[in-house]
Design a protein around this ligand. Structure first.
Ligand SMILES: Cc1cc2nc3c(=O)[nH]c(=O)nc-3n(C[C@H](O)[C@H](O)[C@H](O)COP(=O)(O)O)c2cc1C
Length: 261
C-alpha cells in the first residue's frame, strides 16, 4: 500500500519534494521529466532536475527520488537511463503521458500511446541497459484519443520487463478533466501481473479509499492533491494504521510555503 509523489514539472521540484517528504507518508517520488533528444545528456542536466542525486537519490528525509525520462528513441533513452543510474538514480521511470502540445508535435511521448510496439521497444531497451536491481517503471495515460489501447499498452510495458506501471486514469484527449476514470484502472489491473499504481484525482482520504475500491490497485500516486494538502500522504497513512490524526491547519502550512521562497 505505497503512496508515491507524482512528477509535476514546474510544481514539484526538489524543494517541494523536501517539504512534502519531510511531512511524511511517501514511499517514493518521481522527478520532473528529463527530456531526451538525440544524444547523452551532460551530468548537470540530471543534477538540475534531481539534485537529490548528490545524496544517493534521496530527499533529506530519506525518500527515494526516481528519475523520469521522456523520449522516443529506445537507444538514446536507454543510454541516458544508464547514465542516470550511474549518477545514483534509485529507479528509472519513463513518461509516456506528457500532454504538452509542443512535446507531442515532435512525434514523441503521449503520441507513443498509439503504438504499443514502441512502448515495448523503449522499456525493453532501457531494461536491458540498466542493472537488474534498479526498478524500471512506466507512466501511462489511458490512451491518446480514446481508451482502445489502454490494456494493450499496459501489457506491452509488462512484456518488456517493467517492474510497475503508473496509470494516470485519463486519455491525452481528456487533459485534466474530472472525474478521472478509475474503473479503467481496474481493467488494466485485472489484465496485468505487475503492480499498477493508480493516479488521477486522489485529493483526499475519501478519494484514496474510493479509488482503491474501484481500481483494485494497492498503490497510488498523488499529484495536485499533494500540493493542495501537504499532509495528504500522512493523512492516508494514519487512516491505514487506524491512528487518529488532525490534518494540518493553515498555521502549520503557511511557514512551509514561506520556506519555498
Ligand atoms: C503542472 C503539472 C506538471 C506535470 N508534469 C509531469 C511530469 O513531468 N511527468 C509526468 O509523468 N506527469 C506530469 N504531470 C502529470 C501528473 O504526474 C499526474 O499524472 C496528473 O496530475 C494526475 O494526477 P492528479 O490528478 O493527482 O494531479 C504533470 C501534471 C501537472 C498538473
Amino acid at each position: 500500500m505505497k503512496i508515491m509523489l507524482a512528477p509535476m514539472e514546474g510544481v514539484v521540484d526538489h524543494r517541494m519534494r523536501d517539504i512534502l517528504t519531510a511531512i511524511g507518508g511517501y514511499h517514493s517520488c518521481v522527478s520532473e521529466f528529463v527530456r531526451i533528444t538525440d544524444q547523452p545528456l551532460p551530468t548537470k542536466v540530471f543534477h538540475r532536475i534531481s539534485p537529490e542525486l548528490n545524496s544517493a537519490g534521496l530527499t533529506p528525509a530519506g525518500t527515494p527520488v526516481v528519475v523520469q525520462l521522456l523520449g522516443s528513441h529506445p537507444e538514446t533513452v536507454a543510454t541516458n537511463a544508464d547514465k542516470a543510474v550511474g549518477l545514483g538514480a534509485p529507479g528509472i521511470d519513463i513518461n509516456f503521458g506528457c500532454p504538452s502540445r509542443l512535446v507531442n508535435r515532435k512525434s514523441g511521448w503521449a503520441v507513443l500511446l498509439k503504438d504499443p510496439t514502441q512502448l515495448y521497444a523503449i522499456i525493453k531497451t532501457v531494461r536491458c541497459a540498466v542493472a537488474a536491481h534498479i526498478p524500471v517503471t512506466a507512466k501511462l495515460r489511458l490512451g491518446y484519443e480514446n481508451t482502445d489501447l489502454a490494456v494493450d499498452n499496459a501489457l506491452a510495458v509488462q512484456a518488456a520487463g517493467a517492474d510497475a506501471i503508473t496509470v494516470h486514469a485519463r486519455t491525452q484527449a481528456d487533459g485534466y478533466k474530472s472525474p478521472a476514470r478509475w474503473e479503467w484502472l481496474a481493467h488494466i489491473n485485472e489484465s496485468t501481473d505487475i503492480p499498477v499504481v493508480a493516479n488521477g484525482d486522489i485529493n483526499s482520504v475519501e478519494d484514496y479509499l474510493r479509488c482503491r475500491q474501484i481500481s483494485g490497485c494497492d498503490d497510488v500516486m498523488i499529484g495536485r492533491g499533494a500540493v493542495a494538502r501537504p499532509d495528504l500522504a500522512r493523512q492516508i497513512k494514519c487512516q491505514q494504521q487506524g491512528i487518529d490524526y488532525e490534518p494540518m491547519g493553515w498555521n502549520e502550512i503557511r511557514p512551509l510555503l514561506l520556506q519555498m521562497g
